[in-house]
Design a protein around this ligand. Structure first.
Ligand code: 5GP
Length: 186
């Protein structure tokens, strides 16, 4: 699981990990958030709140959470055989997954500084109210990540961050035994 506050570059890191590793399968989340200008249609399953809540009530999510006023959820994963599932989710979701998958690798990505996080959030064109909410959440997210024993990685230089996370994934693969395809790394 790749977790971390908004604006730390999780999406870019996840895309780079999947591009470099043909056996990593990136889960596509559902969200009730509206699509950002220029955001690919495939970035999420964009759903209404009614559709989302029905999916949740039907047990269709491994975890789901409300973040800055929108709902986000991970559908039950269905990777091809031999693939490991990568989740890019917030830390509340990571805590839920940890309950059912205690062995899951949990990586918490941080921005080099709060100023850098703010400028990255601003750079993607989110409304000011949303930026303020995400910044306010960062501290509590970091605390929850420590409670989860997540491995903290500072995303200073993208290539180095991706390489560091790829080696954590390799280590987790070497350590695990009895994989059911969703054990780790996710
Ligand atoms: P954004 O709206 O910027 O795309 O995402 C906001 C936050 O939602 C990010 O921290 C992202 O990691 C998180 N997120 C995306 N998908 C999921 C999901 O399925 N479950 C949870 N819990 N968080 C998610």
């Amino acid at each position: 699981m790749l977790s971390g506050p908004g604006g730390v570059g999780k999406g870019t890191i996840a895309a780079a990990l999947v591009a470099a590793d043909p056996t990593l399968w990136l889960s596509r989340s559902w969200t009730t958030r509206v699509r950002r200008p220029g955001e690919p249609e495939a970035a999420y399953v964009f759903a209404t709140e009614l559709e989302f809540r029905k999916q949740a009530a039907d047990g269709g999510f491994v975890e789901w959470a409300e973040i800055a006023g929108n709902l986000y959820g991970t559908p039950q994963p269905d990777p091809p055989a031999g693939f490991d599932v990568l989740l890019e989710i917030d830390v509340q979701g990571a805590a839920q997954v940890r309950e059912s998958r205690p062995e899951a690798l949990c990586i918490f990505v941080e921005a080099p500084s709060p100023e850098e996080q703010e400028s990255r959030l601003r750079g993607r064109g989110d409304p000011e109210s949303h930026i303020a909410k995400r910044l306010a959440l960062a501290d509590s997210e970091r605390i929850l990540a420590y409670e989860l024993n997540a491995i903290h990685v500072v995303n200073d230089a993208l290539e180095e961050t991706v390489a560091a996370i790829a080696s954590l994934i390799d280590e987790a693969r070497q350590e695990r035994s009895g994989n059911d395809g969703f054990v780790s790394p996710i």
